[in-house]
Design a protein around this ligand. Structure first.
Ligand code: O2Y
Ligand code: MN
Length: 600
């Protein structure tokens, strides 16, 4: 292979010695290679080619029913000191974990090929990007990594002879005996380990072929490992979409936003504004890496090159730009198949097709009484195909971030939007971000779950230290220009259960106020929670919304917030003394302001 990087060559040789693949293949990332691998996966029965007239160069894949999602209870952070991993992670001793895993990896690639995938998280050569190398025995992983990241020869060239990279080892954990026929989705369902070693840093994944368990650039590298690198190096690795907003005068800003699951993050990333003359463009839908430039401006890249989105619920009504992105060159995992060679999932159309092949490869009709697509079915699709992709989405310098949005699904208590007057209070708001569960999630409906900065499953170290890292950011460079921080809630309901806010493209009205706040024009008034839009400051022109509803959306529910304070204290208590004193103080001050408002 065309690398002289001795560390990489040595590591590949060591892994090959341990895993015993039949052959080693270095991925060059070319279109020809991709076609060859897809054809091979098709011949093996893993990929099903969709009708090229309907969806060119696209494939359906059905996973093993025991391998359909990220496995949080099998995800580990391995540090010498357990305190480093924190109560937010499953901690294991790194020496013991590597010992366990080495035994599992021994001979695990027999009968298979070891693919070497050099990949860049972010535009190759960008000062904000970082390089990883994934070693895997799964063609599915290679083909998906080619969509989700930049892979191949160019990355090896950027790595050079002594460039640094994160070691990402993956195996489906299903060796083949001589002559043994493979299954369409090999995995080792009862032996999954998604292990992170921030001190190396490295990732060792075994047993699962699915999504974030196997595409190691995504959650494992770009969030868990990158968050630990960012802490050490003074930058931020966040679970945020990045959106460009242009006003009718042609002025543009960029915002980043962190939301827990089921809060419309992908829809916001690809928003179609309803306000005349406003434009929204997508830089990224999931992950945001931010570093200071020489002027103290935080600049962001989307470290990914594709979208790995939840298919069910995506439609021309809910997210037309996502639907248009998927027109070709996409992989559909655990979606249903139509008889004419296309894919379908729940809510894609108002009425389901009369006959389908379900994700379990069974005949399906609307009378079957089960879901045709798995609720966690996914599309993998190139970001460059998104009709509203931002022109600067691959700018190696990144885009300047003017505002950060937090939010959750809160039918009561939380106003439509408000602004933090300081970075410290903004960090506090992120640290208490919470959302109510929906029917689409596991467990009971309507339970309030705290998910600070939407990072709870993805922060690779103690969350209390992560909050301290946020607080430290303004002091990291002499002239730091920190983004303004806002909290939004698209999901308020009236007492009789009506949605108070229409959501979707109408959220552009809230974004307009945020834009104007960044410009220094938007009107705000002080409240115990922070800065609320002044009456009339949210543009409701052309929107059929009652003045009473607007007032309810923007009022401070003092009693409701006071009721939440003990739950917030319990949430903080889970992190013990790792919670920074400044945030405990912000909580005490908020409670005092609410009590004062109650008695006023
Ligand atoms: O990583 C997975 O396998 C599924 S979860 C996921 C996928 C894409 C974007 N975000 C998420 C998430 O859980 O936040
Ligand atoms: Mn995500």
């Amino acid at each position: 292979m065309k690398t002289n990087n001795q560390r990489l060559l040595k590591w590949v040789a060591e892994v090959a010695e341990l895993c015993q693949p039949d052959q080693i293949y270095w991925c060059d990332g070319s279109a020809e290679e991709n076609e060859r691998l897809c054809a091979q996966a098709e011949a093996a029965g893993t990929f099903i080619r969709l009708d090229p007239a309907k969806r060119p160069n696209s494939f359906a894949v059905f996973s093993d029913p025991a391998d359909v999602a990220r496995v949080e209870d099998r995800t580990f952070v391995c540090t010498t000191d357990p305190r480093e991993a924190g109560p937010n992670n499953n901690w294991r001793d790194p020496v013991e974990m590597k010992d366990t895993l080495r035994k599992l990896y021994a001979g695990c690639m027999r009968g298979r090929t070891l693919y070497v995938i050099p990949f860049s998280m972010g535009p190759i050569g960008s000062p904000i990007a970082h390089i990883g190398v994934e070693l895997t025995d799964s063609i599915y992983v290679v083909v998906n990594m080619r969509i989700m990241t930049r892979i191949g020869a160019e990355v090896l060239a950027a790595l050079g002879d002594d460039g640094d990279f994160v070691e990402c080892l993956h195996s489906v954990g299903a060796p083949l005996a001589p002559g043994q026929k493979d299954v369409p989705w090999p995995c080792n369902a009862n032996n999954k380990y998604i292990s992170h070693f921030p001190e190396d840093p490295s990732i060792w994944s075994f047993g699962s072929g699915y999504g974030g368990n196997a595409l190691l650039g995504k959650k494992c590298f770009a969030l868990r490992i990158a968050s630990t690198m960012a802490r050490r190096q003074g930058w931020m690795a966040e679970h945020m979409l990045i959106l460009g907003l242009t006003n009718p005068a042609g002025k543009k800003i960029y915002v980043a936003a962190a939301f827990p699951s089921a809060c419309g993050k992908t829809n916001l990333a690809m928003l179609q504004p309803t306000l005349p003359g406003w434009k929204a463009e997508c830089v990224g839908d999931d992950i945001c890496w931010m570093k200071f430039d020489a002027n103290g401006q935080l600049r962001a890249i989307n470290p990914e090159a594709g979208f790995f989105g939840v298919a069910p619920g995506t439609s021309m009504k809910s997210n037309p730009n996502a639907m248009r992105t998927l027109y070709a060159n996409s992989i559909f995992t655990n979606c249903a198949l139509t008889p004419d060679g296309d894919v379908w999932w729940e809510d894609m159309t108002d009425t389901p097709p009369p006959k389908l092949t379900s994700w379990k490869r069974e005949e399906w009709t609307p009378q079957s009484g089960s879901k045709a697509a798995n609720p966690n079915a996914r599309y993998t699709t190139p970001a460059r195909q998104c009709p509203v992709i931002d022109p600067a989405w691959e700018d190696p310098a990144g885009v300047p971030i003017s505002a950060i949005l937090f939010g959750g699904r809160r039918p009561s208590t939380v106003p439509l939007c408000f602004e933090a007057p300081t970075w410290q209070y903004g960090t506090f708001l992120g640290s208490i971000q919470a959302s109510e569960t929906t029917a689409a999630q596991a467990g009971s409906v309507g339970v309030l779950r705290y998910d600070p900065m939407a990072m709870l499953p993805f922060c690779g170290y103690n969350m209390g230290d992560y909050f301290a890292h946020w607080l430290s950011m303004p002091g990291r460079v002499p002239n730091a220009k920190m983004p303004r921080v806002f909290y939004v809630n698209w999901f308020r309901k009236s007492d009789d259960g009506r949605w108070l806010w229409p959501g979707f493209g109408e959220n552009s009205r809230v974004l307009k106020w945020i834009f104007e706040r960044v410009e220094g024009r938007g009107q705000a008034m002080e409240s115990p929670l922070g800065l609320l839009p002044a009456p009339g400051a949210i543009d409701t022109t052309g929107l059929d919304i009652a003045a009473d509803d607007m007032a309810e959306l923007l009022e401070v529910d003092v009693a409701g917030w006071l009721k939440d304070i003990p739950a917030i204290r319990a949430h903080y208590a889970k992190f013990g003394d790792a919670i920074p004193a400044a945030l405990q103080q912000e909580l005490n001050d908020l409670e005092a302001r609410l009590k004062a408002a109650q008695t006023a």
